[in-house]
Design a protein around this ligand. Structure first.
Ligand code: PMP
Length: 308
């Protein structure tokens, strides 16, 4: 259970045990919630939330896909997030803002149901575990056709497919899954974007089926600043399997090196079958991302909102 002690709920702080909803909440039946995953990190100037504005902007964009009117301003939600971290005395944590249609309406069209908003925060270490290299499986499930969803929105109901894919990978003994898109190209993980490295170049899918992550954007900025060429283009299954390096990115997963895909060692062909540490580009990018999130690189302090 997430150890979130004090939760911001509809404009006030309540104890964990009091942050409850009704069984006839619309979102519980039809997935009509929108949410974010955000992290705060310890920096030399105290805890700071990484890319707070971008996450809150995406939350409001996701809500607009449903015509959901969040009864607070973006600034109020940003302040609620910072205050939730401060009140819970967290130095490093995961933050989960969620807005959803509650009671007052059944039937698919949610208009008329209450809109509820909550922000919880709790300590959460490496989402994909502390392994240096994780194992991934290509999923039997595919990402949505871009016309089945509002691309770029982070909507609760979409995550049923992610949960099926993650569960399937776990049942088969893998750490994580990789979903292809409706054209058979590489899309992303169930809750992460994916990058591959080929001949010194970083490549991430341009598939319309992905959630273009905020971490993905940070990684591309960092890579370009390090003079590592970046391309956004289709990645076939064959290109993925024969990549020199591969890694997942996401707020929860951060930068997670992929060691094996469907049991085959990534980059094994070029780097020797005993390579069980992240490749050089993955390692360099991971280190810079860690330093950026922890306020060690002045260039990226603009991405931090300090918890006062
Ligand atoms: N894809 C999916 C499906 C996700 O759920 C997430 C996590 N929000 C990501 C990618 C990565 O997005 P971000 O870097 O903004 O956390």
């Amino acid at each position: 259970m997430a150890d979130a002690r004090t939760i911001w709920f509809d404009g006030r702080f309540v104890k964990h045990a009091d942050a409850r909803i009704h069984v006839l909440s619309h979102a519980l039946h039809y997935g009509t919630s929108v949410f974010e995953g955000i992290r705060a990190y310890e920096t030399p100037d105290g805890p700071a939330v990484f890319r707070l504005r971008d996450h809150v902007a995406r939350l409001f964009f996701s809500a607009s896909a449903f015509g959901m009117k969040i009864p607070h301003t973006k600034r109020e939600i940003e302040r609620a997030i910072l205050k939730t971290v401060a009140l819970n005395k967290l130095k490093e944590c995961y933050i989960r803002p969620v807005a959803f249609y509650g009671e007052g309406k059944m039937g698919l069209v949610p208009t008329g149901a209450d809109v509820r908003v909550a922000v919880a925060a709790w300590p959460w270490g490496a989402y994909l575990g502390e392994h240096a290299m994780i194992s991934a499986a290509i999923s039997p499930y595919i990402r949505f056709h871009p016309r089945s969803v509002v691309p770029g929105a982070k909507i609760g109901g979409y995550y049923a497919t992610s949960a099926l894919a993650a569960l399937d990978a776990q049942k088969r003994g893998f750490d994580e899954s990789i979903l292809l898109d409706h054209e058979g190209n590489v899309a992303e993980g169930p809750g992460e974007n994916i990058f591959i490295v080929r001949r010194g170049r970083l490549i991430t899918p341009n598939s319309p089926s992905i959630l273009p992550g905020i971490t993905r954007d940070s990684i591309m900025t960092i890579a370009r600043d390090l003079h590592i060429p970046v391309a956004i283009k289709k990645i076939s299954r064959r290109e993925l399997i024969s990549a020199d390096e591969a890694f997942f990115t996401g707020t929860a997963a951060e930068v997670a090196a992929i060691g094996k895909i469907d049991g085959r060692r990534v980059g094994g062909f070029r780097r020797g079958v005993h390579a069980d540490t992240p490749g050089p580009i993955t390692a360099k990018i991971r280190e810079h991302y860690f330093d950026a999130t922890h306020g060690q690189l002045p260039k990226y302090r603009k991405w931090l909102s300090y918890v006062r």
